[in-house]
Ligand binder design. Structure first.
Ligand SMILES: [Fe+2]
Ligand SMILES: [Fe+2]
Length: 167
């Protein structure tokens, strides 16, 4: 990710590669606790790497998910990487409301019902890194999985350690 994935907003304050790296770690932690297969963990990891790569601004920027999903798809074909439909959909809808994302994923014929769980795990991992915005950056009642609730303190600790290292 550091060398090969191009981010459109390299000077972003909030959606840096470091954010994506923390989401990668958090998504794998939740996924591991949920007992996901290696393939499912890979799918989540790739979504973490690509999900904010096509932002045009640091706001809501609805549509950055679909742009990132296209970038992921294109990247796979150009680099001979195996393409995963779940990664595509999770990335595509991660910037949408759950009601929209879950509906689209549930009705997609190419996805199994596991994709709904993966989407929820991904959104929780992305949400857990909202503490970078400040101590009130995340209202934990919106977390979807039990595992993410248990990782709240760890997510805060991770950010604190990083800020200490950068001082
Ligand atoms: Fe995003
Ligand atoms: Fe994100």
């Amino acid at each position: 990710m550091e060398e090969k994935i191009e981010f459109w907003l390299p000077d972003s304050e909030w959606h840096t590669k470091a954010h994506s790296a923390r989401v990668l770690l958090l998504t794998l932690l939740i996924g591991h606790q949920k007992g996901l297969s290696d393939e499912e963990l890979d799918a989540l990891g790739m979504a973490a790497i690509f999900h904010d790569s096509r932002r045009l601004d640091d706001g809501i920027d609805k549509g950055h998910g679909s742009r990132a999903a296209e970038y992921y798809k294109d990247y796979c074909s150009k680099n001979d990487l195996s393409y995963n439909t779940q990664t595509y959909y999770i990335t595509y809808y991660h910037d949408q409301d759950d009601s929209v994302g879950l509906l689209e994923i549930a009705k997609s014929p190419s996805l199994s019902e596991r994709a709904v769980l993966l989407y929820q795990i991904f959104k929780d991992a992305d949400a857990l890194d909202r503490f970078r915005l400040g101590p009130d950056g995340l209202d934990v009642k919106f977390l979807r999985t039990e595992e993410a609730h248990r990782l709240v303190d760890f997510a805060k600790y991770l950010l604190q350690k990083i800020s200490e290292t950068n001082e």
